[in-house]
Ligand binder design. Sequence first.
Ligand code: GDP
Length: 238
Amino acid sequence: MTNTTPPPAAGSAPPPASRPDARTALGWLHTAKFLTTAAQLHHLPAVQVPEIAFVGRSNAGKSTCINTLTQQKQLAFASKKPGRTQHINLFQLGKQNTTDAVLADLPGYGYAAVPKQDKIRWQQVMANYLVSRDSLVGIVLLCDPRHGMTELDEILLEVVRPRVEQGLKFLVLLTKADKLTRSEQARALSIARLQAGGGEVKLFSALKRQGVDEAAQLLWQWAHPEDQESGAAASPPA
Ligand code: GDP
């Protein structure tokens, strides 16, 4: 195949990359602000921008991951306040009072101390959200590789599979990677890749900042598909 892209003129900027640099992506994520919280799907506002959901078993490292990606110490811990643990919490992203994407923090599942009725209710809210939320463009599943994918993770994968087959983005982050040796990391990656059914799998450690840049860049790409087509992804904001 012939490459039709003209070479850059001498002294001009390099050709547009297919993904933003990490600084751009992290700067964008740092703009995250609490938007709203809702216990029921129909209480969530409809949003007109791409929405990315974070899901995972309780204690998988979801709050730490959101706080690390947004570089805000407390953002996702707001989701752990009494009364909000069974809520969907939305955070808006965008510079200068614009909103160009939304992050959705879904409650952790599988917490033993939650009464059975609440668990069932919650699983239904979450399944409905994942199946029917129109603005949803991507899902980040947080998984502690020392426990592997649990039965509830597998159920979630089944629920989202039809949407992933239709183009919904899907990323599995294997959290707390600093707790694994290199060979354990490699093993966890290959097992999760088999299970992730077409989704991407990456190692992540908030402690060692492993995988942070890559995850940020991927989320930016999910939220700005049009910018990549036009090549604007390479230009950091002024
Ligand atoms: P959540 O319930 O999924 O929101 O999980 P948290 O973010 O609260 O994390 C659960 C526990 O895992 C906490 O004790 C965190 O300090 C710890 N943790 C989270 N991320 C990491 C990491 O990257 N490395 C290590 N070593 N511990 C982590």
